[in-house]
Design a binder for this molecule. Structure first.
Ligand SMILES: [Zn+2]
Length: 477
């Protein structure tokens, strides 16, 4: 019997039979609801209160986020540890006629990295609300801690906000009641949501729906081609998807949005504010932006881009949330941006992971290869993106890219290691049926390699270790 992620200390003794019962120490009782829900979904059994089944035991000797298992008892000193121990128990159980067989183990385990995440793009392709619930469950099973929701982009705006109701894409926006339900559901499950409002660039839909508040007023018509994918990143195009920095109330309007997002996602530590791939040269073609740059003594659109990023980050910090941004803002002006912001290293073209760390940022490793799940619709992406995390030997302390224009082509080490908060598997541009199987297969690999920075499964070991979690995942989504 092997579990995912690989446990740091694991000993197997055989099997024990237990009843379909559950008991928990009062100090950890909060974890009961989500666990019972998962047992019900995975095994079709509703556990009843009783001492002859799985026990959740408080053990103050265990560290924060740590758990231990002995037989059918899970030990922890906090909710995080308890949740991880219970998630492991889901893999050790087998249903019998009148209860469960549990693999009798001795485990003591804790994660190496805090930011173990999955991100799903909800703006390029519509995802039914039920899919979001399934992803919370999948994160629970894989002991991931964060689920990032990419709510907004050029193609649609899916996050309902009372402060800008007209921002929402008609027929492609979640209901506020659904989001409220999701927030509570994730909280009970111990999964922290990271809401993403993609700011500055990637704002075509917002600008279309709220032109007076966010749109540039160009001197001449701007070519309205669609946004190129990341292979084209770095090119400056005349794509009208960038917010106007010269609008009189632009920062007040962004503050209103972020305030409401902070209020809705009340349990979340982080808000992702986007900030990548902004076609900043467009600001030269808008009189309002030219005036703003002159008033602020901003000498270039690159410096203006960093200025805009700094402003958004500062708003987020003033609301008591930690901002996350994509790598993509220019080097010029970076010195003014708060180092309390966390940067996701993905393309390693604009500023590489090592460069971002060197300049004082904490980073999250979402390096394109192999952490991006994208549609396999045409070559060369079709071939390139079939790889798995294991086949690329991805590690949380190394960024990689298949493209030789990236500084991470061939791999780059990330040091010092404490500046790497973790890693994130990202689903981009896929329809649910395109991403489903790849998420199910890749999530356990990313789980293993963010939980364990060094001692993770090899490809061969993973083949047998994955069987149970893959079978369970199939029932959740
Ligand atoms: Zn403008």
């Amino acid at each position: 019997m092997n579990i995912i992620p690989k446990a740091k200390n694991f000993k197997e003794n055989g099997n024990i039979e237990i009843s379909a019962e559950f008991s928990a120490d009062e100090r950890l009782i909060f974890c009961k609801k989500a666990f019972l829900r998962m047992v019900s979904k995975l095994y079709g059994v509703r556990l009843t209160d009783g001492d002859d089944g799985i026990k959740l035991v408080y053990d103050e000797a265990l560290d924060k986020d740590e758990y231990a298992i002995k037989g059918a008892s899970v030990y922890a000193s906090d909710y995080e540890g308890a949740r991880y121990g219970l998630a492991t128990m889901l893999q050790l159980m087998e249903k019998t006629e009148d209860g469960f067989t549990v693999c009798d183990t001795e485990i003591k385990d804790s994660p190496d990295k805090d930011f173990r995440a999955f991100m799903t793009d909800l703006a390029r392709e519509w995802h039914d609300f039920d899919n979001l619930i399934s992803y919370v469950d999948l994160c629970y099973l894989n002991k991931m801690k964060y689920l990032q929701l990419h709510f907004t982009d050029d193609q649609s705006w899916t996050l309902p906000l009372a402060c800008f109701p007209k921002a929402a894409t008609r027929g492609r926006c979640y209901k506020r009641s659904e989001i409220d339900y999701l927030v509570e559901y994730a909280y009970e499950s111990g999964i922290e949501l990271v809401p993403e409002f993609e700011g500055i660039g990637h704002s075509k839909e917002l600008i279309k729906n709220c032109p007076d508040e966010f749109g540039n007023v160009y001197d001449e018509e701007i070519e309205d081609s669609s946004v190129e994918n990341s292979v084209e990143a770095g090119k400056v195009g005349r794509v009208d998807n960038i917010m106007c920095i010269g609008k009189p109330d632009i920062f007040e309007n962004i503050r209103r949005m972020l305030s409401e997002i902070a209020e809705i996602f009340k349990y979340s530590k982080y808000i992702h504010v986007g900030c990548d791939e902004a076609k900043h040269e467009n600001w030269n073609h808008c009189a309002l932006c030219r005036d703003y740059m002159a008033r602020q003594n901003l000498e270039s659109t690159k410096a203006t881009y960093s200025h805009f990023v700094k402003k958004i980050i500062d708003i987020c910090l003033s609301l008591g949330k930690t901002p996350i941004v994509w790598e993509g803002f220019p080097y010029e002006g970076t010195e003014n941006i708060s180092r309390d912001a966390v940067v996701i290293s993905w393309e390693n073209i604009y500023q590489s992971g090592p460069e971002l760390i060197e300049s004082g940022f904490n980073v999250i490793n979402a390096s394109w290869s192999p952490m991006y799940i994208v549609p396999l619709r045409k070559e060369p992406i079709k071939t390139i993106c079939k790889w798995s995390v294991i086949s690329k030997n991805w590690r949380v302390h190394q960024v990689q890219h298949h493209w030789n224009a990236s500084k991470a082509y061939g791999g780059l080490e990330l040091t010092p290691r404490e500046k790497v908060l973790g890693g994130m598997l990202c689903q981009w541009e896929c329809k649910m049926e395109e991403e489903r199987d790849r998420v199910i297969l890749n999530l356990p690999q990313v789980s293993d390699r963010t939980w364990n920075a060094e001692d993770f499964y090899s490809g061969e070991e993973f083949e047998s270790a994955k069987e149970k979690i893959i079978a369970l995942s199939e029932k959740l989504i």
